[in-house]
Design a protein around this ligand. Sequence first.
Ligand code: SF4
Ligand code: SF4
Length: 389
Amino acid sequence: MSLLNYVAINLVETLLRGFPFPCKTGLMKIGNPGRNSPVLLTGNYHLTVERVKRALRETDAYLLVANSRGINVWCSATGGHFTNHDVISVLKTSGIEELVDHRKVILPQLAATGIESRVVQKKTGWKVIWGPVYAKDVPAFVEDKFTKTPEMREVRFPLVQRVEMAAMWAFPFSIIAALITVPFWREAFLPLTVLIWILPVAIFVSLPLYSQWLSPKKRGTSFSKYTIVFDFGRVPLILWGFFMLGLVVYSIMAGVFGWGFISRWGFLSLVIILLISIDLMGSTPIYKSGLHEDRLLKVVLDEGKCKGAGFCEQVCPRNCYEVDKNRHKATMPQAERCVQCGACIVQCPFDALYFESPKGEIIPPETIRKFKLNLMGKRQVSPHVNVGK
Ligand code: SF4
Ligand code: SF4
């Protein structure tokens, strides 16, 4: 694929990032792979597949594309749309078993929230190796005999990704605004479109300036005791309701503004309110959405059960763990960085990890493996299950 096509795909699919973008599943050859070439696997989100192919363009490898319902790897695995069955299915039906002599498959690390490596190995005989978070690191990872540095394990939110996220929010808003303003309020189209792009870009680009005040345990930004709600909380909408009520009452009593004026300014103020109420933390890979109740959970490590196997360290996208190879024990020196993704709990072979709520309720590993998060960040299950401590 030419660079121009690749850039065009990135541009279009970044603007439409909020929507699934499926591509064909199955087996792809990259370069000129042989019987000992690495086998990589990813979900069938088109942008991801194109980025992986581009990252691997100097490498001879097989790429398996499994059905993740056209959703990116992290969201699909965490939400239960990319499952053990999808991985097992592509391993068994793609014909890869006839093409290579080994049985090692590299999965993207962020799939560890939903794919259970032990189940895949038991059902197929393929050993799962957790690859890097970012496709660009895959060649170095393969070259270095599947060694993953701490940098390769960690999700970050650099400027390019923040701009992409702003575009993902602004584009659908600008389409809706165009559909309403062009037929009914043409002169507002340009200023509103400019505003719709400026606000999210300003919010995401300036994130490092105020990220120290983002509160993972609350919704939004917290300056001492005041919490500014950036996510889709009720407060901005209630304020908008008061504004509209005041505008209507004032217009009727003073007889100044007509219904056309009121509906236009009502629409404009609603767009602004929705934009500044962006689910900021949920749009970043380094915080949990303010809407997600899981943000209040804490990962607990049961030292007695831990055997130091290190799967937790391999899959944690926030580098919370360290494994002491001499004591064969894991520790969590950076526990405060946790984003409650659940990957470590899903992968621990000895069930040494579990979630605990602020009230001391325990959510055991089998619950995390079985029940995935819905879009509102809820596991549709009662957390009152005792792990048997
Ligand atoms: S917590 Fe589990 S995965 Fe992590 S080192 Fe201990 S046994 Fe291994
Ligand atoms: S420690 Fe937190 S961020 Fe790391 S894998 Fe476990 S749940 Fe995810």
